[in-house]
Design a protein around this ligand. Structure first.
Ligand SMILES: CC(=O)SCCNC(=O)CCNC(=O)[C@H](O)C(C)(C)COP(=O)(O)OP(=O)(O)OC[C@H]1O[C@@H](n2cnc3c(N)ncnc32)[C@H](O)[C@@H]1OP(=O)(O)O
Ligand SMILES: O=C([O-])CC(=O)C(=O)O
Length: 372
């Protein structure tokens, strides 16, 4: 049997949702650059789930359904107050809350197409409520209810801070959500598909995907980028700190990609957003540090930044707590996970690859008292 480490280059399924061809990312054939400039996140959700853009009335209906389903069962809010460990990571809280939600949905295990679509709406709608309720409760604040007059991006920022977000913040956050929504067969999406291909339920698939996104080689990298920036602390320190990391063969978080070779097409949008937002805040240090790190890592290692690199300074400028960066990624990517889960159910076959055994040859059982 031949193996490929980390399944590199292995084509594991067909999919009509998104594609990466020659370093170009498209959702259902629409170039990501086009969507980033023009689409609302709600339009992208519809696109991923229906494989076409919505009409105005379809978009209005989706927004209405998301608004109607945003409230959390009170038990989910209460459970955020009961964690035994003080500094629970928000990704662990999100993973647990999504799993818990399944216990409060009577049709969690109903497997027909319409019930699964209803679960997709419920999960997408509740993600902002989960993340913001957790974030506020741990700060000793009450959760803020969503407003029906705000779209998805604006509502999240409003529910997090309790303040009306500025138009420039809404525009940037909407764009970040659009850019993170789907990405072919990345590790968390593959995890979701493997899970539901056993005909397990939607809540299990999304819970599993959150677990996979949490790791620093995947979605968890955006929080690590911010850690790198705060540890380095100033533009003057960048060169020596990054050279030291490279000499020590440490990975520089937010660089490199399994699929892209010339660069991640999402990074340029986030870079520009980072420039604008940090300038607007009068705090361009993190943008300047980031561009300097990019220059160094690109010239020394020929590794371009990925989606996680500039999203760190963007989210920092939006005054989002650093450990909420990966939950914010999940807030967007859940739309892609749900699209892939629905696609998997529609043409399902168990996903079960093989392993090339490299352990010892034939052995005979030795009773425990004779083992040395
Ligand atoms: C949303 C996302 O998930 S985007 C990715 C987010 N993750 C990160 O930013 C973490 C940092 N990046 C990485 O760890 C990797 O580039 C990955 C995981 C994204 C892709 O990894 P792979 O395709 O498996 O490449 P792999 O880890 O095998 O690296 C290949 C070579 O490039 C080097 N390399 C890859 N990424 C980096 C990096 N960020 N910094 C320094 N060196 C790197 C490796 O050390 C390795 O070098 P070697 O051949 O001399 O040993
Ligand atoms: O595709 C990947 O391997 C990781 C990635 O960029 C994403 O999930 O957005």
């Amino acid at each position: 049997m031949s193996t490929t480490r980390g399944l590199e280059g292995v084509v594991a399924t067909t999919s009509s949702i998104s594609s990466i061809i020659d370093d170009t990312l498209t959702y259902v054939g629409y170039n990501i650059d086009d969507l980033a400039e023009n689409a609302s996140f709600e339009e992208v959700i519809f696109l991923l789930w229906h494989l076409r853009l919505p009409t105005q009335s379809e978009l209005d209906e989706l927004k209405k359904q998301l608004a109607e389903n945003a409230a959390l069962p009170k038990e989910v809010i209460e459970h955020f107050k009961m964690y035994p460990i003080k500094d629970v990571h928000p990704m662990a809280a999100l993973r647990s809350a999504v799993s818990l939600l399944g216990l409060y949905d009577e049709e969690a295990d109903v497997m027909d197409e319409e019930a699964n679509y209803r679960k997709a709406i419920k999960l997408q709608a509740k993600m902002p409520s989960i993340i913001t309720a957790f974030a506020r409760i741990r700060n000793g604040q009450e959760p803020v209810a969503p407003r029906t007059d705000l779209g998805f991006a604006a509502n999240f920022l409003y529910m997090l801070s309790g303040k009306d977000p500025e138009p420039v913040e809404i525009e940037a956050f909407n764009k970040a959500l659009v850019l993170h929504a789907d990405h072919e067969l990345n590790a968390s999406t593959f995890t979701a598909r493997v899970c539901v291909a056993t005909l397990s339920d939607v809540y299990s698939g999304v819970t599993a995907a959150i677990g996979a996104l949490k790791g620093p080689l995947h979605g968890g990298a955006n929080e690590q980028v911010m850690k790198t920036l705060t540890e380095i602390g100033s533009v003057e320190n960048v060169e020596s700190a990054i050279r030291k990391k490279l000499d020590n063969k440490e990975k520089i978080m937010g660089f490199g990609h399994r699929v892209y070779r010339q660069g991640d097409p999402r990074a340029k949008h986030l870079k520009e957003m980072s420039r604008r937002l940090t300038e607007l805040r009068g705090e361009s240090k993190y943008y300047e540090m980031s561009t300097k790190i990019e220059e160094l890592v690109t010239s020394e290692k020929n590794l371009p930044p990925n989606v996680d690199f500039y999203s760190a300074s963007v989210y920092h400028s939006l005054e989002i707590d650093h450990d909420l960066f990966t939950p914010v990624f999940a807030l967007s990517r859940v739309s892609g996970w749900l699209a892939h889960i629905l696609e998997q159910y529609s043409n399902n076959r168990l996903i079960r690859p093989r392993a090339d055994y490299t352990g010892p040859g034939k052995q005979s059982y030795v009773p425990i008292e004779k083992r040395g």
